[in-house]
Design a protein around this ligand. Sequence first.
Ligand code: SF4
Length: 566
Amino acid sequence: MTEVASLPARGSAGDFNAIIKDFKGADLRVGIICPAEFLAGKSHLAMQILYFLAHQFPSIACERIFLPPVSERRQGIFPRSRETGRPLREFDLLAVSLSFELEYPWFLWMLQQSGIPVFQQQRLEREGQYPFILLGGLAISANPTPLRDVAEAIFVGEADIAFHDILETCLVTPRTEWGGNTGFGKIPGILLPEQEGPVQRVWVQDLDQVPYPVAQIIPRELSKSERKRSASPLPDSFLLEVNRGCPNWCRFCLAGHFTRPFRNRSLSTLQKILEEGAPATPTKHVTLIGSAVADFPNLIDLLRFINTLGLEFSLPSVRLDQVDENLLEILRINGTRTLTIAPEAASEKTRRGAGKPWTNEEIIEVTRQISQAGIRKLKFYFLLGLPDSLESEGAEIPKLVKQIASVTHPNTRLEVSVNPFVPKAQTPLAQCVQYYVGEQFNLLHRTWRDLQRELRKIPRVSPEGYDPRWARIQALLSLAGKDVTPLLAAWAEEGVTLGGWSSVLRDHGWDASEHFEQLAATNDPEWRIVTTGVSAEILPAERTLMAAGKISSPCQQGCKRCGLCP
Ligand code: SF4
């Protein structure tokens, strides 16, 4: 293990609004971990919220820890906190935010590099010598089983209220009792190692009632090369979370299914957050966050308000049916240069099956209007490998992109991102793994490569996409159970490369295809340990509707369909 003492602390001198407290004198030392490099993780809203909540306690010292950049990893430099350069072992509690499955191995790598045993049982033998590990975040909430043997506790759901109770429990309960029924066990949404389950997802009823960070952390300065390498296309922004959940029923979408019901902050709350946030956070840019930002009922009023404060905004992808003259006008005033649309599929039948109702004519027409409004960069997202669609999509996507390109201004650039469909636990398509099995996977990989080549031939189009080999690992981690944990630990030691994954599978005598076949066949997947509160009939009903090419009606007042709303 490399000695940290010889290393300069990265130091929060680089970050506005970072807080440094007396670490040794604190009653509790909390490390918030994002297993992504700082350039990607700096815009994670969960980090901002957890950090803000922890610092509400005067006696808690809380610091952020990111995955070291690749140059440091190569030198064997181990992870340490951004504020004061502390190694992981100096914290009492490590709260780890896991939004994406491919962050799992990197988190295990961070433990290994810090001299912390990966498995909870190994740490138990020397209790008190290592930090208590608490996991949370969207991906691990939907299926906690791949890391159940790693964590002392996993939190399932939205932590805004629970994190306060968790920290208070740590302050008033002896360390040896944190993992028991008098400790974390009494907090709703917590899953402990020996617990047989199920654990019920926890969610915030009224977003207006939960505290929100207004003095957000912004890096003081990134070097030119850091900016170039930055995984986030966004400038350093104030993050404004508008809503959670989604009223629409896109059948592939984890966020839509797992974060139901659809909840908006009120316009007045958002205005208040902005009024307090603008002077407290040194940026002129606001990024709107939410799984259904375009469905926010007062979107235009909110965008106008942002502009009246002298700020500019960026939107995530927009739904086609929300694009109208008012939206285009405010985008023009804002100086928006880029807009993202997600048709998901090029064939209308596949698109309807996925849960999106638009025709190709509608997509082309809206694109024409957006381009006419002066937006010169358009991003399109497609999924490759939705059930029974591979060959047709391989042929149809380039055709649709050509038609789209033909109606745009000659100076418009089109970024077309084609990504393999990754089936997720807790969604209607969780068992649709057909393209990850045997020869079908080779076909998926070939079709994806051919598509990239075809798209490159279209003038003004830049193809992008996620390599199917990574998508296959992600799909496995999304759906698998505890038996993948030893593979993850071994993969972390190998450095989390594609070649390393193949060696790990070989060494463990694992056949990924066989495993996917078992996942497709089982009626009782391990991820069922989590219940979302949605009625058990919904997922099969959605699969049936998908096969019939039918769209489900969006959520609305008075609806009782899935059983979540009173
Ligand atoms: S009960 Fe109806 S409105 Fe509420 S989340 Fe379920 S489907 Fe949506």
